[in-house]
Write a protein that binds this ligand. Structure first.
Ligand code: FRU
Length: 497
C-alpha cells in the first residue's frame, strides 16, 4: 500500500499534486459545473495562492484543468466567486458570448509583512471562453481596503428580485453586503453580524434566497464560515436565516430566538467541512442550491499524512430550507447524481437485537454508501453508535447520544494521529440542540479517508476525515447494549473513473 492506494479518495475531488484549500468561483454553464480552488502548485502546504480549476458534468466525477489565475504584483489570489454575466452588464463580453466574471481577494503579502492593515482588496477577472482562460480587469482593485485587516472572500450573486448584482464579503466578525449594476462599481449596503453568532475570523460567506420546502415562502440564508471559532475548534460553517428587503438583511424572529438559546447554528457538526459555498447560475428549471466544502480543518490541514497532494473537497450537496415547529433549518444531502454512479446495491434483512450488527456481513461489496433506518425502543438510554473498522483494529466511531442529546465522533483510535495533537485528541463531542430520537434515518457515504453522514433526511450532517494504516473493511452498529432495530438497510457500491 502506498499513499495513492491508501489515501487518495476514490470519488472526492483532490488535486493531482500539491496544496488545495477553499472551493472558489463555483458556476454552472452549458452543461458543465466549474469549480476553482485555492491552490499552491509548488508545494504541499499553503503558499502563494492561485486558482486551480476542475470541471464536472455530474458533480461527482471531476476533471482537473489548467490553473486559472496566477498571483501578480497586486498579490496572491485569495478566495472568491464567479458569475455568468448573461446581460453583459460588465461590458467585458457580448450578449452572444456573455463573459464569466470572477471576483476575488488580492492579498498583498509584502504589505502585510510591512505591518500595514490594508493588504486585502477585491478584484475582478473575466473569461470569454466559458471559464478556461481569464483576463484580469485593468482597473483592479475594484474595492479598496477601508482600513480593515480581514476583508475578503467576495461572493457575488444575481439578485433576481431587485435586478442587480449582490455581493457579500467577510471581515473579522461582520459581513459586508454590497450591490452593483455592472460588477465593477460596488456600493456598500449593510454591515451585518455585530454581536451575533460564533466569533473568530469570519471568512467565505454566501448570501442567497431560498424557498421554504413545500411552501411559497422565501427566506434569505447567510452562510458564514469562520476560523477559528468552529464548533470543535478550528474551522466551521454557521448560518443565519432572515429577510432581505433589497438593502437590509434582518434575522427572522424565530432565528433570533434560536440564537439566544444556542449562540450559533451549524451547517455541519463534523470538523472537516469548511469554506463551503454554492454554485451560481443553476438554471431555474433545476432550481437546486448546490454546495461544496473543503474537507479539512485549518487546525491540521497542512500536516495530514499525504505528501503528494493535500486535502479533498466534500461531496457536492444539495441544500434545502425546511420549516418545522416554527424553526428554519438548512438541510444538506448528497446530490442526487450520486445515485447515477452506483454500480451495485444489496439489501440486508432487517434485524432486532441488542448485539453489535455487522453491516453487509458476508457480502462481496465495497461500502461506499450505507442507508439505514435505526430504531431504539428505549429511547432514554439510547446511543446510536456506528463503528468503521479495518483489519488492524483501527476505528472511527460516531453517532448520536440520546442521553446527552449530542452527535459525537471519536477519532482517538483512528489510525495515524501523530501529525497533530488536535486531530484525535481534542474533544469529540459536539452539542446539538436537537431532540431525542427513537428513530434515526441515516445515510453514510464512505471514501478512503472520509465519512459523511446525513441524519433524518439531511437535518443534521457530519463530515470527518481519517487516516487508517489499512483500508476500511467494515461498518458495525450498536445501541450501547440496548435493544434496537435496523430496517431498510441498503448498501451500495459506487463506480468511478
Ligand atoms: C479560508 C481562507 C480564506 C482565504 C483563503 C486563503 O480557508 O482563509 O479566507 O481567502 O483561505 O487561501
Amino acid at each position: 500500500l502506498n499513499e495513492e492506494s491508501l489515501y487518495r479518495p476514490d470519488f472526492h475531488f483532490t488535486p493531482k499534486a500539491n496544496w488545495m484549500n477553499d472551493p472558489n468561483g463555483l458556476f454552472y454553464y452549458r452543461g458543465i459545473y466549474h469549480m476553482y480552488f485555492q491552490y499552491y502548485p509548488e508545494g504541499n502546504v499553503w503558499g502563494p495562492m492561485h486558482w486551480g480549476h476542475a470541471i464536472s458534468k455530474d458533480l461527482v466525477n471531476w476533471e482537473e484543468k489548467e490553473i486559472a489565475l496566477y498571483p501578480d504584483s497586486l498579490g496572491y489570489i485569495f478566495s472568491g466567486s464567479a458569475v455568468v454575466d448573461i446581460h453583459n452588464t460588465s461590458g467585458f463580453g457580448t450578449l452572444e458570448n456573455p463573459p464569466i466574471v470572477a471576483m476575488y481577494t488580492y492579498h498583498d503579502m509584502p504589505a502585510e509583512k510591512a505591518g500595514k492593515v490594508d493588504y486585502q482588496t477585491q478584484a475582478i477577472a473575466y473569461s470569454l471562453d466559458d471559464g478556461y482562460t481569464w483576463t484580469k480587469y485593468e482597473g483592479n482593485p475594484v474595492i479598496k481596503n477601508p482600513g480593515i485587516n480581514n476583508f475578503r472572500d467576495p461572493k457575488v450573486s444575481w439578485d433576481s428580485i431587485n435586478n442587480s448584482w449582490l455581493m457579500t464579503l467577510a471581515t473579522t466578525d461582520e459581513n459586508f453586503i454590497y450591490r452593483s449594476d455592472d460588477l465593477i462599481n460596488w456600493t456598500l449596503l449593510q454591515k451585518f453580524g455585530e454581536g451575533l453568532g460564533a466569533k473568530g475570523v469570519w471568512e467565505c460567506p454566501d448570501f442567497f434566497p431560498m424557498k421554504v420546502e413545500g411552501t411559497d415562502e422565501t427566506k434569505w440564508v447567510l452562510l458564514q464560515n469562520l476560523n477559528p471559532g468552529g464548533l470543535n475548534g478550528g474551522s466551521g460553517i454557521q448560518y443565519f436565516i432572515g429577510d432581505f428587503d433589497g438593502t437590509t438583511f434582518t434575522l427572522d424572529p424565530s432565528f433570533e430566538k434560536d440564537l439566544e438559546l444556542q449562540k450559533a447554528i451549524w451547517l455541519d457538526y463534523g470538523r472537516d467541512n469548511y469554506a463551503g459555498v454554492t454554485w451560481s447560475n443553476i438554471p431555474d428549471s433545476d432550481g437546486r442550491k448546490l454546495f461544496i466544502g473543503w474537507m479539512s480543518n485549518w487546525d491540521y490541514a497542512q500536516v495530514v499524512p499525504t505528501k503528494k497532494w493535500r486535502s479533498a473537497m466534500t461531496l457536492a450537496r444539495e441544500l434545502k430550507l425546511v420549516k418545522n415547529n416554527n424553526q428554519y433549518r438548512v438541510y444538506s444531502n448528497p446530490v442526487k447524481e450520486l445515485d447515477d454512479n452506483i454500480s451495485k446495491t444489496i439489501n440486508q434483512k432487517p434485524v432486532k437485537t441488542s448485539d453489535e450488527v455487522l453491516i453487509g456481513e458476508g457480502q462481496d461489496i465495497d461500502f461506499n454508501r450505507v442507508k439505514i433506518e435505526f430504531r431504539i425502543p428505549n429511547i432514554n438510554q439510547a446511543k446510536y453508535v456506528f463503528t468503521l473498522f479495518n483489519s488492524v483494529n483501527e476505528k472511527v466511531i460516531f453517532g448520536y447520544d440520546n442521553v446527552k442529546k449530542e452527535f459525537f465522533s471519536d477519532r482517538s483510535k483512528a489510525g495515524d494521529l501523530s501529525f497533530s495533537d488536535k486531530f484525535g485528541a481534542t474533544q469529540t463531542i459536539v452539542p446539538i440542540y436537537d431532540d431525542v430520537y427513537n428513530e434515526l434515518k441515516v445515510e453514510l457515504v464512505l471514501d478512503k479517508t472520509s465519512f459523511e453522514v446525513f441524519y433524518n433526511d439531511g437535518k443534521s450532517s457530519m463530515t470527518e476525515i481519517f487516516f487508517l494504516s489499512e483500508p476500511l473493511t467494515g461498518v458495525s452498529v450498536h445501541a450501547n447494549g440496548n435493544e434496537f432495530e435496523l430496517s431498510d438497510i441498503k448498501i451500495s457500491q459506487l463506480k468511478f473513473d
